[in-house]
Design a binder for this molecule. Structure first.
Ligand code: ADP
Ligand code: MG
Length: 319
């Protein structure tokens, strides 16, 4: 059953349309990642879902109840829907424990203490409870901001590129921990990011936004294997254009290297990556440069190679 329903939502700033006719239905507890480059309308969308920005058109409903925007509601925003962004604001002179308990000030003291302790334990913050924000690393500060948002047990959590300030290791760890916690709490989550890898760590369910429009939505495997455009295809990996075949491409991981065959080239560059060597190969005919994964690490710069690919791996992309 639909829990969060977004119907024909749009937003224009003066003459610029930041979000076009956006519709989406989410079930309770569902996770979705929205991937789009900077300026594609992600923050605009989340602010409207949270009731923090007035839309130009359309509506948002949570359990069939209309989410009112700031022009309709005296105190904008809802406890049921929390938005976390990268520039979270912790109270600098309050400890971790005090920061997390702030949204609960009007609750009973015993409940508040229980709730704060549980969140600190779930997010591994107990040993930092008496520290001030400036005495924490970026990852720990972001956890405190997340705990603060979760204090009131929101039903929907909107994450607006919340991991951008973290290094890769901190980020992976936090995404993993957060995923467990939010699944356990049954929270409905929309995670927006410009980074497909981060999105894939959190969820298989993806929506690709480009210039304020939905370009494709679906499971990550389907989007990777059947992208609707070159833009979507390139989010997953580079793509190599097949000579003399219009709009036809193949991914670096789908090219096989052989010692004989038809498509000939020379290795012009090699980079050592964790799971394979990434080769740049100049094709003899037409001079295209292809990127190819050499998983056996067999070839060197200067080697002549023959390239093969299965016809079923060819992506035909018209736009
Ligand atoms: P994203 O979060 O994907 O980077 P935004 O939602 O912030 O994208 O912005 C979408 C588009 O709307 C951009 O072109 C941006 O320049 C424009 N925009 C955002 N906020 C405003 C604003 N307050 N006034 C005018 N234009 C804005
Ligand atoms: Mg943004």
């Amino acid at each position: 059953m639909t829990f969060l329903s977004i119907r024909h939502l749009s937003k224009s700033y003066d003459s610029h349309v930041a979000l076009h006719d956006f519709s989406l239905e989410l079930a309770r507890g569902e996770f979705l990642s929205i991937v789009g480059e900077s300026g594609s309308g992600k923050s605009t969308l989340l602010r409207m879902i949270a009731g923090l920005m007035t839309q130009s058109g359309g509506e948002v409903l949570l359990e069939e109840k209309l989410i009112e925007n700031p022009s309709q509601k005296l105190l904008p925003g809802y406890d049921e829907i929390k938005l976390i962004h990268q520039d979270y604001q912790l109270f600098p002179n309050s400890t971790v424990e005090e920061n997390i308990s702030r949204p609960l000030l009007q609750y009973d003291a015993k409940y508040r203490a229980q709730r704060v302790n549980r969140l600190m334990s779930q997010l591994g913050l107990e040993s930092y409870k008496d520290r001030l924000p400036r005495q924490l690393s970026g990852g720990q500060q972001q956890k405190v901001a997340i705990a603060q948002a979760l204090a009131v047990e929101p039903e929907v959590l909107l994450l607006d590129e919340p991991f951008s300030h973290l290094d890769a290791i901190q980020k992976r760890k936090l995404i993993f921990e957060l995923k467990e916690l939010l699944k356990e709490m049954g929270t409905t989550v929309i995670f927006v990011t410009h980074d497909l890898d981060d999105a894939l760590r959190l969820t298989d369910s993806l929506l690709i936004l480009q210039k304020g429009k939905v370009v494709q939505k679906g499971n990550s495997k389907v989007l990777c294997e059947h992208p609707k455009s070159r833009y979507v295809a390139r989010l997953f990996s580079p793509i190599n254009q097949i000579p003399d075949r219009f709009n036809s491409y193949v991914r670096p991981s789908d090219v096989r290297l052989r010692t004989r065959g038809e498509l000939i080239g020379h290795v012009v560059d090699l980079r050592y990556l964790v799971h394979y060597n990434s080769l740049l190969i100049r094709l003899r005919d037409g001079g295209h440069i292809w990127e190819v994964d050499d998983s056996m690490r067999r070839y060197q710069v200067g080697d002549r190679v023959y390239l093969h690919f299965d016809e079923e791996k060819v992506l035909v992309l018209k736009s």
